[in-house]
Design a binder for this molecule. Sequence first.
Ligand code: FES
Length: 114
Amino acid sequence: MPLIRFVDTGGALLAEADAAPGDLLLDVARLCDVPLHWRCGQGTCGTCKVRVTPVGEDGEVMLSGKERNVMLRAGLVSAEQARQAVWSGLAGHWRLACHLTVGADDWQVLCPQD
Ligand code: FES
């Protein structure tokens, strides 16, 4: 069972949760009362941005065109990143928690407070 650690921008622990592979990250955050801003829950507003750092190996990730377009509109990725459906890893990139499903690995999830 992957362990998800939610932290704030200063690195302080907000919550920890045992998730199941396939769980939506936004649902995991909401169940733990993590103060993560979100609005639509459907991948259109761009407010549920998080930075995910895998604990362990950080492999290739596929992003949907919808998530890339929303992140481009929200200024979270460059036009070049938005054109690429496969990224070399999660670390250091913004993702949208309502698009992101938990995998088999443990994650640290940075939740911005702005
Ligand atoms: S809550 Fe709107 S994009 Fe995730």
